[in-house]
Ligand binder design. Structure first.
Ligand code: GTP
Ligand code: MG
Length: 297
């Protein structure tokens, strides 16, 4: 007997850095979105597709909702708030170790949506149940269908969350073919890998002003591809930090990125990287477009 096949889109919303992309990666079972300990890692809406025998769940990862201070920030917050339109379910993710006003605002912003809504308390590995309980009791969870505690890092309760989501979805088609785990093109995935390594290795305000532009992807042979790219930053002083002493930082970022890109493409990769200053690029429309941060048409 054929069981019914369930499918649908699930938006993942929340403040920056609560673990939205980590949760999506866990549920998809592959790393489709970059992750870092810096807030505002995700800059664009991106899909992650989980394929199972009896269902297909399409996760919509979004940038963290914050008060924007640049045009890039405005683009990011709009991408996040728009993502809840037309989905079949919504997850609001909060960080168990700190639940604040920003979280309450995100929860409030989805309360009026008619689809099933889940509040996901992530990073439970950082707190004891005794610490978490009073925080949850203070929280107004009205309008939410379920509250689930998970740890994306440890993998705790992810199966429970998955089952709840699956049960909330309607009967539906396979939206994407089985070999497709994300809607992001190769060029974007490569740029994101480089940005992840920059985010992980740089500090203070520098990571927020980093943008990566892929200039060319040129196959040199069956198992070797050359990739030319620019890393943008906002100040000459940031450029010196990104390059590092005798090029040590840019070599480290390039080396870490190369290994991940080789896994992605399944071939050897030569990275040719330039670091360039583009002052205030996060507020310039033309630069935002070059880097792919423009609204869907
Ligand atoms: N301890 C702990 N850390 C976690 C957990 N989930 C995610 N993290 C860490 O939290 C940080 C942020 O994770 P992301 O997945 O990038 O968070 P995000 O919500 O997508 O962040 P933005 O894209 O900036 O909005 C990273 O350092 C993760 O490794 C968890 O369950 N426990
Ligand atoms: Mg993210």
């Amino acid at each position: 007997m054929q069981e019914t096949f369930k499918s649908g889109f699930v938006a993942i919303l929340g403040r920056p850095n609560v673990g939205k992309s980590s949760i999506m990666n866990r549920l998809v079972g592959e790393k489709v979105a970059i992750v870092s300990d810096k807030a505002q890692t995700t800059r664009m809406k991106a899909l992650g597709v989980c394929h199972r025998e009896d269902c297909q769940i399409v996760f919509v990862d979004t940038p963290g909702i914050h008060r924007p201070r640049t045009k890039l920030g405005e683009f990011m917050v709009k991408a996040a708030t728009d993502a809840k339109d037309g989905v079949d379910a919504i997850m609001v993710v909060v960080d168990a170790s700190f639940i604040g006003k920003g979280d309450v605002e995100v929860m409030q912003s989805v309360r009026g949506e008619r689809c099933p809504k889940f509040l996901v308390i992530n990073k439970t590995d950082l707190v004891t149940p005794e610490q978490l309980m009073p925080r949850l009791q203070e929280l107004d969870v009205s309008g939410f269908d379920q509250v689930v505690s998970v740890s994306a890092r440890k993998g705790t309760n992810m199966d429970v969350l998955f089952e709840l989501l699956k049960n909330a979805l309607p009967e539906g088609p396979e939206y994407f073919p089985e070999d497709m785990v994300t809607d992001q093109p190769e060029r974007v995935l490569i740029a994101e890998i480089v940005r992840e390594k920059a985010l992980r290795n740089l500090r203070d305000e520098i990571p927020h002003g980093v943008g990566v532009e892929i200039l060319a992807i040129t196959p040199l042979s069956d198992n070797l591809t050359e990739i030319h790219l620019n890393i943008y930053c906002e100040k000459p002083s940031h450029k010196s930090v990104i390059i590092g002493k005798q090029g040590s930082m840019i070599r480290l970022i390039g080396e870490q990125a190369r290994m991940d890109i080789e896994k992605l493409l399944g071939k050897k990769v030569l990275l040719k990287t330039w670091v360039k200053v583009r002052e205030d690029w996060r507020n310039r429309k033309e630069d935002l477009r070059t880097l792919g941060y423009e609204e869907d048409t």
